[in-house]
Design a binder for this molecule. Structure first.
Ligand SMILES: [Zn+2]
Length: 580
C-alpha cells in the first residue's frame, strides 16, 4: 500500500508505524560496520544474556520432536534435554507460510498486526504481485562476484523486529546478523536496520542496500565456493533399519537429476558435468546448505565478536532446506528424517562454538519453525480420509462463469494468491451492492472440490468475536488493504494447487488453518531458561516478548506474551517448577 492511500485507510496506527515502514523515504546509509558504537552506560554483565540466538527451521512440525528425538545426539537433543520444550505451540492464524511465520516470531505479533500476510500478495496500487520483502527503494547486491536483481527490505513489516528494539533500547551496542537461503526469512528476522542480512538466490549470496555488505561474508563466500560441493552425495546417516515409512515416499517428487532413493548425488541434471541450475536446486534441498549456513553463523560470531560487546547481540539463522525437502518428499519420508539428523549435528557444532566463544550459559537460544506441513494428499488417501488437491484455476473459472448473467466485465478476478481472491478494481465494491451476484460468486467458490468455506473481507476485519476457530484464524491473518476480497478455506488434507490441468502433481505444502500446518516446536535454552517440558498452549508470537523480558527491553504492539513459566532468576532455583 502506498503511503498516501495508507494515511486515509489505516489512520493513526500507520502514522505511528511509518517510521519503521520507511515508506516513500530514502533509506539512511547503512551503519559503519568497522566500529562498534559505545553504549552510553553498561548494565551489569550478569543482568542480561550476551547473545540471543534465534534458530528457525523452515517447515518443522511440532510432532517431529517427539517422534524423532530418540535419533538425535547433538544440538536438537541438547535443546530438549537442557532447555524448555513447549510441546503445544501453534500459530493461531490461517496463513501458515514462511514470510508470515518469520515475521510473527520476529515481531511477537500476528499478521493482522505486522501486515506480512503471505509470501507474496496482489498489490492493488501497482496491480501486480509483490513479494513480502520487495522494496522499490533499495537495491540488492551479490557477494563474491555473483549476480542479482531487485531489492529487498523489511519496509512492509509494520512493526519493528525484536532485533530492532534490542538495538534501539540498548544504546546502539547491539549487533544484528541473520542468515537464510530465503530473503523473506533473513529480512524479517533482521528487521529494518540490521548489520548483516544475507540470503541465497540462484547460486549467489545476496544482501541489500537497506543493510550494506559485510567483508567477512565476502571473504567466506570467496573461500567456500558452493561448487566445492559438486559431486558430493547425500547419504543416509543412520542404518536403514532406523528409518520409518517407505524409502520411496508416496506422491513424492525428486529434484531434477535425482530419483526417490538414496544416495542423492549433487551433480545437476542427468549428463551434466559442471554446476548447473539443477545442481543449485539439489544443493538447496540438501543438508550441505544447512551446514553452510551454520559455518557462516560461526564465522559471524568470530569476525564480529558477537557476545563480546557492551550490549546483547543478535544472531539468527533460518534453515530453509527442510522446507524444500518437505515440499518434494513429504513429512513421511526418509529425507525429512535424515535432514533433521544432519541438522542435529550442525546445531551441536554451533552450540559448541558458542560455548567456546561466548561461554556456556551466557547466551540464550530460541528454536522454532515458521509452519508445519500437510501429508502428501495421495499418501493421506491411503488412510481412507477425504484428501486431495483444490484446483485454484477452477475457482477463478467458476467465478467468471457465475458472473456472466450479471454483465460484469471480464476478468472479474484480478488474481488468486495463496487463499486470497482479489477482484479487479471496483468489482468487489459493486458486488457488495449486488446480493444476487455476490451469492452466485460465493456458491461458485463453494462448488469447487476441496473448498470448505469462503469468507468475505467484512467477516474478517477488526478481528470479530467468534466461536469459530477457523474464522478466528482467518481474522488473525487479515490485514486491511493487503488481504483478499474473499478468502478460501480449503477442507482439511486438501492442498491448494495452481496446476490448471487435472494431471496428477506431486509433493505437498502448507498454508492452512489446520493443526498440521500451525503446530510447530518452540524450544528455549540457556541464559535465564528453566529446563522442562511445558504442555500449555502457546504461540510462536510469545518468543519475542520472552526474549525481550530476558534482555530487559519492552516491545510495542504485540499479540504474544512472556513465557514466564520457563524463566528463572539466574542463581535462584525455582521453588516449584511448573514443568512436567
Ligand atoms: Zn514451504
Amino acid at each position: 500500500m502506498q503511503l498516501k492511500q495508507c494515511l486515509l485507510v489505516c489512520g493513526l496506527t500507520t502514522l505511528l508505524m511509518t517510521e519503521f515502514s520507511g515508506a516513500q523515504m530514502p533509506h539512511a546509509a547503512p551503519p559503519s560496520h568497522n566500529t562498534r558504537a559505545k553504549p552510553k552506560a553498561s548494565l551489569p554483565p550478569s543482568a542480561r544474556p550476551k547473545l540471543v540466538v534465534l534458530l528457525v527451521v523452515d517447515q518443522m512440525r511440532g510432532d517431529y520432536v517427539d517422534k524423532f528425538k530418540g535419533q538425535w545426539t547433538g544440538g536438537l537433543k541438547r535443546l530438549v534435554q537442557e532447555g524448555a520444550w513447549f510441546r503445544e505451540a501453534a500459530y493461531p492464524y490461517a496463513a501458515t507460510e514462511t514470510c508470515v511465520g518469520h515475521a510473527t516470531i520476529s515481531t511477537g505479533a500476528f499478521p493482522a498486526t505486522h501486515g506480512m500476510i503471505a509470501n507474496a500478495w496482489w498489490d492493488r496500487d501497482s496491480q501486480k504481485m509483490v513479494t513480502c520483502t520487495f522494496d522499490p527503494n533499495v537495491k540488492n547486491s551479490a557477494y563474491a562476484g555473483g549476480s542479482t536483481t531487485g531489492g529487498d527490505s523489511a519496509w512492509r513489516m509494520r512493526l519493528p523486529a525484536f532485533s530492532d528494539e534490542l538495538r534501539f533500547q540498548s544504546g546502539g551496542a547491539t549487533r544484528v546478523v541473520t542468515f537464510s537461503l530465503k530473503a523473506r526469512a533473513a529480512v524479517t528476522m533482521g528487521g529494518h536496520k540490521a548489520d548483516a542480512v544475507t540470503w541465497f538466490e540462484n547460486g549467489s549470496w545476496i544482501t541489500s542496500s537497506a543493510y550494506g555488505s559485510m567483508p567477512f561474508v565476502e571473504d567466506f563466500v570467496k573461500a567456500h565456493a558452493m561448487k566445492a560441493d559438486y559431486g558430493k552425495a547425500w547419504e543416509l546417516s543412520l542404518p536403514k533399519s532406523e528409518y520409518w515409512y517407505d524409502e520411496k515416499a508416496t506422491g513424492a517428487e525428486a529434484a531434477e537429476g535425482w530419483d526417490l532413493t538414496f544416495p542423492h548425488v549433487l551433480r545437476g541434471k542427468a549428463g551434466s558435468s559442471e554446476p548447473d541450475p539443477a545442481f543449485y536446486n539439489q544443493w538447496e534441498m540438501s543438508p550441505f546448505a544447512d551446514t553452510y549456513l551454520t559455518n557462516l553463523a560461526e564465522r559471524a560470531v568470530d569476525q564480529l565478536g558477537l557476545g563480546k560487546g557492551g550490549g546483547t547481540d543478535f544472531l539468527a539463522v533460518s534453515y530453509s532446506s527442510p522446507d524444500h525437502v518437505g515440499h518434494a518428499f513429504g513429512p513421511r519420508s526418509w529425507e525429512i528424517q535424515d535432514i533433521l539428523v544432519r541438522l542435529d549435528k550442525d546445531l551441536a557444532e554451533l552450540f559448541e562454538h558458542l560455548d567456546t566463544k561466548v561461554g556456556r550459559g551466557n547466551y540464550v537460544v530460541a528454536l522454532s519453525a515458521d509452519h508445519g506441513v500437510v501429508p502428501v494428499p495421495e499418501d493421506m488417501q491411503k488412510t481412507g480420509s477425504d484428501a486431495g488437491r483444490l484446483r485454484v484455476p477452477e475457482v477463478q473459472e467458476k467465478i467468471e462463469k457465475a458472473l456472466e448473467p450479471f454483465g460484469y466485465t471480464k476478468p472479474a478476478v484480478a488474481r488468486i494468491a495463496s487463499a486470497d481472491i482479489f477482484f479487479s478494481t471496483g468489482t468487489y465494491e459493486k458486488l457488495k451492492t449486488d446480493p444476487a451476484a455476490l451469492r452466485a460468486v460465493l456458491d461458485a467458490v463453494r462448488s469447487v472440490p476441496g473448498v470448505a468455506e469462503v469468507y468475505r473481507a467484512e467477516e474478517l476485519r477488526d478481528r470479530p468475536a467468534t466461536q469459530s476457530p477457523i474464522r478466528m484464524a482467518e481474522a488473525n491473518s487479515y490485514f486491511e488493504g493487503r488481504s483478499g476480497d474473499l478468502v478460501i478455506v480449503p477442507k482439511p488434507y486438501w492442498l491448494m494447487s495452481n496446476r490448471a490441468d487435472k494431471a496428477r502433481d506431486y509433493g505437498t505444502g502448507h498454508g492452512t488453518p489446520y493443526n498440521y500446518d500451525q503446530h510447530v516446536p518452540v524450544l528455549l535454552m540457556g541464559w535465564g531458561i528453566e529446563h522442562g517440558e511445558y504442555f500449555g498452549a502457546i504461540t510462536p508470537a510469545d518468543i519475542a516478548p520472552t526474549l525481550a523480558s530476558l534482555c530487559g527491553i519492552s516491545l510495542a504492539s504485540r499479540d504474544g506474551r512472556v513465557l514466564a513459566e520457563a524463566l528463572k532468576t539466574p542463581g535462584t532455583p525455582k521453588a516449584s517448577a511448573p514443568a512436567r
